[in-house]
Design a protein around this ligand. Sequence first.
Ligand SMILES: [Zn+2]
Ligand SMILES: [Zn+2]
Length: 343
Amino acid sequence: MLAVSYSAPRSTPVLGAWRDPVCPEDGVVVRVGATGLCRSDWHAWMGHDPVPLPHVPGHELAGTVQAVGAEVDRWAVGDRVTVPFVCGCGRCRSCEAGDTHVCPQQTQPGFTGPGSFAERVAVHAADTNLVRLPDNLDFVTAASLGCRLATAYRAVVTHGRLGAGQWLVVHGCGGVGLSAVLVGVALGARVVAVDVSTEAVARASELGATATVLDADPVAAIREVTGGGAHVSMDAVGDPGTAVASVRSLRRRGRHVQVGLLLGNRATPPLPMDLVVAQELSVHGSHGMPAHQYPEMLQLVADGRLDPSLLVGRVIDLAQAPAALVAMSQPATTAGMTVVRLD
Ligand SMILES: [Zn+2]
Ligand SMILES: [Zn+2]
């Protein structure tokens, strides 16, 4: 089959022949219909997040089941599916409790094994991890579901417990940040979008953000706009300064949700724990979303309250994917998700 791969960090990715995936006994092979390009793919390519080499990136995928392992009960050839970027093993205590997204034996196509910048990709523990796509959701739009939208949904809804009329601050309007704006608006919240890029905050406004802050030191402006701080604030960047600013953006009893990855020497931001105690703030980490939680998010889509197609920016083909991955080293010139369409 054809796949995009690279042999070393920062080496030029190439489109070429790659071995066909073997169908796991408990898994499936998915024929990829579309796959998104995520900042995490770029982090892996840069070497920030080690992956086995040579490597096929890609984890925001949607497609059709092409082969089914003998141990799989719930899925058949031809099913239209997506998959969370974290796949649980389906067997351990975490998975039994429904917490497949933090499974200690997790697999991640595009990180722990070959990903979806390819014609086909293997997914383990299919009964645990596959998500059925509504018939009317095209693959390009559905490519937003595996990583950015699901991550934003769980962060805002499950951890943030954001209610209608409340204030949500989103620090960083990249893929997951703009997804959080969309989720906040869908819930009837008032959203403040923060970024240093004019294009990014402009896109957040188009998606329904109530206010935008274009400032590297945004806390005072946020507290002003929200009348004393937000109910929920998210660091969608993954930067110590942003994490601190997010906590300082909160009103009393507010919830900070850390979504941006704090890798390497960014791992221990100096959060103001004095405020956390005195104001009963809470600090949450959020890491994807388990497959069993997807139906509630897809219900918002079915109801017309959440439109993931608004996240899609440029649609390209597999031959253009190597250049698109490398181009993430430069500042983005357009907001929105780059999607590789294969079907
Ligand atoms: Zn597990
Ligand atoms: Zn991702």
